[in-house]
Design a protein around this ligand. Sequence first.
Ligand code: GLY
Length: 346
Amino acid sequence: MIIPVNLDKNGYDIIFERGALQKVSDLLNLDRKVLIVTDDGVPPEYAEEVRSVSSDAYLTVMPAGEESKSFKNLEKICHTMLQNSFTRNDCVIAVGGGVVGDLAGFAASCYMRGIDFYNVPTTLLSQVDSSVGGKTAIDLDGIKNIVGSFYQPKKVIIDPKVLDTLSKRNFACGAAEIIKMAVCFDRKLFELIEEKGVKNCLEEAITGALKIKAAVVEKDEKEGGLRRALNFGHTIGHGIESVTGLFHGECVAMGMLPMCSEKVRKRLSDVLKREDLPVDLSSALRRYGVKPAGSNMAEKIAEASSHDKKMINGTITAVRVEEPGSFRMEKMNREKLEKACMEVVS
Ligand code: GLY
């Protein structure tokens, strides 16, 4: 299936096909210098699949993890391109999850003021969310994505076959982002997941999420309004993530729950449990062996959440879901935010 992202000059296709990675030479222009960026947590055969069919390939392998989104690694990638005489006609390919995509995409956007970038996401989370929409970035001083650009890829290759090697925990994190999109934008997709679970309707779940993401990005490429809805669960989720270090999708799962009506919360909680995602913080900390950061966790999470999304005049704007398939924006002051965080903690 081809899902187009219509953005005038910056438009591109998302190719969704089981086995697409083996056809990458037909799908991408690899008859030029190609810098493949991957990390040591990605099975090496995926990058090798691309390297073996490229005419002049270079490979950069980063350590897995958020710490790789650094100026040091940006310099390393640009240096590799410079030393090997990459020109504006050459390209960068990310083969990996969100970290690799963010870093490689940002390097592609900077080198010679922008060279072609292809994304081959290998985690469910990057397949359904971060590989589409052109957000690229590195971190600075512990602040995620603070230096970056909107830079659309020339093509995104999504091969669900690569998910066969993904850990259960990482699969669940991707499921959380699919559920987020369904509950905000597509009642039918939410009901399908509610009935079957993500694994049992994987193709519909991935393509459904991709269609939502493409439509949102087409309407609001630079996150002036509508695209902010994709941050559902992320205000509190980012707070939990920075205080506990639990995985992003797990934190988003817990962060969505206080932002729903009672009715949706019950249904969403059941859906998340079925995907083996946490619905309360204490059980998640116990399960993953994380020590609680002191007694006032809700306050700490609220503090981190308000830093992350920058409070303006003492309020933060977050996404709220009253009915599956729709959302509204809600202004929250610090007290309201802390109350919501309390619901996750207790
Ligand atoms: N991951 C949210 C966005 O791309 O806007």
